[in-house]
Ligand binder design. Structure first.
Ligand code: TLP
Length: 343
């Protein structure tokens, strides 16, 4: 794939030499016995950054979200979320498959749902024939909305509502790091309003694999048990945790560069007549835009022919994501390719 400028996702990054050295030198043990020192260090370090009692290293963002939902619900329960969110669209129906729960998706604006929308979706406790609303979930940054940041005041208001109705409050913070760097709001401040948080090490932070879930000690204890029952107990996994630890210690602040790269792209896209883009939504490292003269498939193909890889954003739109393995020079080149293909 080296000949391509790959903007399909920030998941395509390769572990750097320094990260590989950290992995090579990692001290390891059997993590099913909770004896891997590097995993334990990562979990303590992540819990501290997120301001939670405990955290757990898991294989992926999907596993992180699904473990949280599983622990927080019983079969037949309902989770309120936004209609373009990851758990509803891109997790293979796992809420139903793994936990026997259903989702209640609400129509958000740029990925944001309001307290009044949520309040009217909460099932009355007296209605025994309805599902029980158990969890409120939001995504920060919101992937399909274009990497948009959830406003802190809305996060807080939704949290108050969740508390009022005795709901658990879960954050899919796969890209919480991007939200924090772009807004200047510490990750801990974002995480503080949620019972459970899931966040990825293998996206903008550049680790080859892994996510972290965080919450109370009791929650993590149960998540640890369920992770094992899903086949997610790994042994000398400190080799991978070392990459995550390296990512958390070294690769958060540099996300600002990725946001600048996204801005370079949006400056061009915003002025093009052959493309529709909501510039207000370009807040971090994701761009979602609609080709007006080409189909999504034709656009993907034409870009690929010229050396640029994009992905599908929504059914009728394209997605470009900037990351550490695409240089500013490559972004300049991508700008030319986009202009040639679309204009
Ligand atoms: N998102 C991937 C694809 O699945 C769409 C991507 O390329 O962006 N939450 C959010 C908000 C995500 O964007 C993703 C991955 C996940 C969870 C799941 O993470 P993984 O892929 O590690 O299971």
């Amino acid at each position: 794939m080296e000949k391509y400028i790959d903007l399909r996702s920030d998941t395509v990054t390769q572990p750097s030499l320094e990260m590989r050295k950290a992995m090579f030198g990692a001290e390891v043990g059997d993590d099913v016995f909770q004896e891997d020192p590097t995993v334990n260090e990562l979990q303590d370090y992540a819990a501290d950054i997120l301001g939670k009692e405990a955290s757990l290293f898991v294989s992926s963002g999907v596993m992180g979200n699904q473990l949280c939902l599983n622990v927080l619900t019983d079969p037949g329960d309902e989770v309120i979320c936004e209609k373009d969110c990851h758990i509803f669209n891109y997790e293979s129906g796992s809420p139903a498959k793994l936990s026997g729960i259903q989702l209640y998706p609400l129509d958000g604006k740029m990925g944001v749902i309001t307290p009044s929308q949520v309040e009217s979706a909460i099932r009355p406790l007296s209605a025994y024939y309805m599902p029980r609303t158990k969890v409120l979930e939001i995504e920060n940054t919101h992937n399909r909305a274009g990497g948009t940041i959830q406003p802190l005041d809305n996060i807080i208001e939704l949290g108050k509502l969740a508390a009022k109705y005795n709901l658990h409050y879960h954050l899919d913070g796969a890209r919480i790091w991007n939200a924090s760097v772009a807004s200047g709001i510490p990750v801990k401040e974002y995480a503080k309003y949620f019972d459970t948080v899931s966040c990825c090490l293998s996206k903008g932070l550049g680790a080859p694999v892994g996510s972290i879930i965080a919450g109370s000690k009791d929650f993590i204890k149960e998540a640890f048990r369920i992770r094992k029952s899903w086949g997610g107990g790994m042994r000398q996994v400190g080799i991978l945790a070392a990459a995550g630890l390296y990512a958390l210690k070294n690769n958060i602040n540099r996300l600002e560069e990725d946001h600048r790269k996204a801005k370079m792209l949006s400056d061009l896209l915003g002025g093009m007549k052959s493309i529709e883009i909501n510039l207000d939504a370009v807040q971090t490292n994701i761009l979602i835009f609609k080709p007006l003269k080409l189909t999504v498939n034709d656009a993907l193909l034409k870009c690929k022919e010229q050396g640029l890889l994009l992905s599908v954003g929504n059914t009728d739109s394209l997605r470009a994501i900037t990351h550490m393995d695409v240089s500013f020079a490559q972004i300049e080149k991508a700008l030319k390719i986009i202009y040639n293909v679309f204009e």
